[in-house]
Structure formats: C-alpha cells, structure tokens
Ligand binder design. Structure first.
Ligand SMILES: NC(=O)c1ccc[n+]([C@@H]2O[C@H](COP(=O)([O-])OP(=O)(O)OC[C@H]3O[C@@H](n4cnc5c(N)ncnc54)[C@H](O)[C@@H]3O)[C@@H](O)[C@H]2O)c1
Length: 255
C-alpha cells in the first residue's frame, strides 16, 4: 500500500514542487490549498490517483473537514507537509516596517503561518493517536530564514510567525515520537516562487533578489531543491531524524 501524503499550500511554488516529487517517490498525494481549482489542477498535473481539495488552514473546522475528506477518500495520512503560508504585502521591493505594522496584519499572518501549522499538526497527531497507525509517519513544517535571523525583506509579522513554527515543531517532535512520527522543519532562504516575487524588484532570475551579495552560493534556490529535502525527511531512511531544522539557504546563515 502506498503512503498517503497531505501537502497544504500545494497548489503553488514549493508545495507544488514537493507534491510532484513525492508522487515520483511513489506516494499518493493530496494537495490542499485555499484555491480549490488550483489544488485540483495541481493534483491532476502530477498524475492519476492524486487529489486536490480546498482548505483554509487558519480555520479549525476547515482543517478538520480536510483531514476527514482525505482519509475517507485515500486512507490514513502518513506524511503531512505544511507549506500553506502568507507574506505581508509591502512596498515592492521592501518590507513593512514594524512601526507601521497594524494588529490586523499581525493577526492575518499569525493565523495562516502559525495557527494554520498548529491546527494541521494537531489534527494529524490526534488522528494517529486514536485512529489507524501508519508506517514511517512524518511531519515537515515550513519555517524561513526570516524566522531565524529576522526578515530582511519580509517584515515582523512574517518573521515572528515563522519563529512560532520553529518552536511548535520541536514540541510536536517530542509528543509525536511515541506515535512513531518524526517532525522536522525546513527553513528556506530565498527560493524562486510567486511568494518571493512579492518582495523583490522586477527583473530576471537571481537578479530579482536584492540580497544576492549575501548568499555565499551566489544565487537563489529552486523549488526542486526544497522538494528534494522534503523527499529525504519523509523517507523511511530518515527515521532517526526528528526535531531538526534543515537550513536550505545557500549559506546565508550557518549554525
Ligand atoms: N519562496 C521563498 O523564498 C520562501 C522562503 C522561506 C519560506 N517560504 C515558505 O514556504 C511556503 C511556501 O511558499 P511559496 O514560496 O511556495 O509561496 P506561494 O505563494 O507560491 O504558495 C503558497 C500557497 O499557500 C496557499 N495558501 C495561502 N493561504 C492559505 C490558507 N489560509 N489555507 C490554505 N492555503 C493557503 C496559497 O494559495 C499558495 O498556493 C510558505 O510557508 C512560505 O512562507 C518560502
């Protein structure tokens, strides 16, 4: 039986590249996204047997309905990858200064990036604790270099929400361990997706990113490089890796 993978935010960018990669690895993939049509198109594009569904990860009832729908249609979820995320809109290129950040914008970012990740992780752990167990259970959460060092182009609400993801994931790793589920975080630097395009200058390729001089590898990353990392973290061979944060940032921050 193939393992079932649920990928939130899977209709675009890093989530879609990861959905494609996990399908190539032999998993059956459910793509969930705020944009239902794009989720269904994404699933159809990666091959037969994969499904696309609508979800708003910020809404508890929507997350619960999503998991119920996926497990009814495909079976117990073994792999969860939480890519759904939002960035503050800001002058382009540039970021929203902290002193201009309003409560509504803070809450909007926290609701999707922070609460959304919490709701999805909690739902999977509840289901694996009380329902069917799965082999090689895996959760991958998605933080950001901005959550580790303070965002250069992404602002306070985004950076703080990704800090929340980093801490939540470590707590989840401890609590998921008795269920045989690992929880790890990927922390990307600038990767070429529609989200990065919201923060950068007009231009082509690497030149879109204003901080290129701070990237030791001298370029921005590709969605496939993120997908490859997730493919490893969810593989059976990564079974002794949990509570880890994998930096994928071209060397912008070394620990
Ligand atoms: N691209 C980068 O440089 C970069 C760097 C670090 C972290 N990240 C993180 O990676 C993740 C994916 O980013 P991306 O660059 O692929 O962005 P993207 O904008 O291409 O994709 C994000 C997806 O999330 C979906 N989404 C937004 N709100 C949602 C909600 N409430 N419920 C369900 N789906 C929702 C969007 O519809 C979209 O399809 C995000 O969490 C982002 O913060 C990206």
């Amino acid at each position: 039986m193939t393992r079932i993978a649920l990928i939130t935010g899977g209709a675009s960018g890093l989530g879609l590249a990861t959905a494609r990669r996990l399908a190539e690895d032999g998993l059956t993939v459910a793509i969930a996204d705020l944009r239902a049509d794009a989720a269904r198109e994404g699933a159809a594009g990666i091959g037969p047997g994969h499904i696309g569904l609508q979800v708003d990860v910020a809404q508890e009832a929507s997350v619960q309905a999503l998991f119920e729908a996926v497990e009814t249609r495909l079976g117990p979820i073994a792999v969860l990858a939480c890519f759904a995320g939002l960035l503050s809109t800001a002058p382009r290129p540039g970021r929203l200064p902290l002193v201009e950040l309003g409560v509504d914008e803070w809450d909007r970012l926290m609701a999707v990036n922070g609460r959304g990740t919490f709701l999805c992780v909690r739902e999977l752990l509840r289901r694996r604790a009380t329902g069917a167990r799965v082999a090689h259970g895996r959760i991958v959460t998605v933080a950001s270099l901005a959550g580790q060092v303070g965002g250069q182009q992404s602002g306070a609400a985004y950076s703080a929400s990704k800090g929340a993801v980093l801490s939540l994931s470590k707590v989840a790793a401890r609590e998921a361990a008795p269920l045989g589920i690992t929880v790890n975080t990927i922390s990307p630097g600038p990767i070429d997706t529609p989200m990065l395009a919201q923060t950068v200058a007009e231009g082509n390729g690497d030149q879109k990113y204003l901080g290129l001089s701070q990237v030791p590898l001298g370029r921005i990353g590709t969605p496939d490089e993120i997908a490859t990392a997730v493919s490893y973290l969810v593989s059976p061979g990564a079974g002794f890796v949990t509570g880890a944060t994998l930096d994928i940032n071209g060397g912008m921050s070394m620990r």
